[in-house]
Design a protein around this ligand. Sequence first.
Ligand SMILES: NC(=O)c1ccc[n+]([C@@H]2O[C@H](COP(=O)([O-])OP(=O)(O)OC[C@H]3O[C@@H](n4cnc5c(N)ncnc54)[C@H](O)[C@@H]3O)[C@@H](O)[C@H]2O)c1
Length: 385
Amino acid sequence: MPASKRIGLGIIGGGLMGKEVASAIARWCHLVDSPVRPELVSICSVPAETLTWFTDYFPSISQATTDYHELLANPKVDAVYCAVPHAMHERFYIDTIKAGKHLLGEKPFGIDQKANAAISKAIAENPKLVVRCSSEFPYFPAVQRMVEAWKAGKFGRVLEVEAGFLHSSDMDPNKPINWKRQVSQNGEYGCMGDLGMHVWHVPLRFGWFPKNVRAILSNIVPQRPDGKGGMAACDTWDNATLFCEIEQNGYTFPLTAKTQRIAPGQTDTWYLTIIGDRYSARFTTKKPRTLESMSYEPGGAQVWQSEDLGYASTYKTITGHIFEFGFSDAILQMLAAFFDQVAQGTAAELPFGCVSPTEASGTHAIFTAALASQKQGQVVSVKRG
Ligand SMILES: NC(=O)c1ccc[n+]([C@@H]2O[C@H](COP(=O)([O-])OP(=O)(O)OC[C@H]3O[C@@H](n4cnc5c(N)ncnc54)[C@H](O)[C@@H]3O)[C@@H](O)[C@H]2O)c1
């Protein structure tokens, strides 16, 4: 067993994502030579019954509580993963930072731009803490190949970008409502707040902050069963298409960003297509191991090629190269990046770091402008918050 620095982890929010992250921590042995060893020592969730899954599976947990203040007061907790409804992000994240804990928060990192600005202020006042936002899809090997190509300047002049995250999970109008479909808990951004961080992580890392946006937002299912025999208002945006103008190196190009909850036939389709005049590349989670690309020299042939990459992960694992990479592997890689940042400090340049607070704020500027664009029916400038 390699010597590595032990980091006490507390999880706040024992739902879908709290469990996913706990499960990744449980298989930390999957990573080869990790400089850190996170240990799940504390769990906070409501109602109290939701704690049992964690205490049953994790003997390392010495504290299980329904009060997150108790978790934050625990000196054994060095870092926190927080996955709670969006309306709680501002209070929970700021309290975590003020308690001196490193934080991996969830998107949208504040229910709206005002909440995000308050979180950013707390981060600025505590510069030694590593505070990052979750976004796992860029850790798919094919996306990391696109990152390498971008770093090497391989694309030439970028002509067009398409990025998106499509779900069909809300196709059924009889699906009962939950907090994710209500503005009071999920926020006015709707599907943009839910899915948009995933879509913008790579574009913002590449410096593609839009000058302006024209957004078309749709609320397709305005009410849903409330689970008690009646109907409840479903007032969030279901689908969003954002047409953005990006300026880089003295020219502009279009970037189309789609976040859709009602996309027929799509279960969990994250995709990125970058078209350049020297190199183009595309990836979709529909073909999780495949990178499609085309190199072009003036006058030469234009041939798309398809390459199966296998398990070529950013952080080395015990899994052989020839096997497949999937969603839970991407979560493990994201956590490896977060804890690598904790081990090396905020200033360290990683192969591909988690979403930074500045990038998270960038998404709020984009979504706020998109809401204004929908309201006004016109193109709106995007201003950094
Ligand atoms: N990275 C991803 O792929 C991904 C996927 C889904 C959701 N998310 C994000 O994760 C966050 C949580 O989403 P989810 O799908 O896990 O939701 P969920 O509804 O499954 O779980 C939310 C959890 O919050 C807990 N909670 C509520 N109030 C609490 C309180 N006062 N104290 C402690 N815990 C409390 C609940 O117990 C519940 O377990 C959201 O920000 C969401 O956008 C991220």
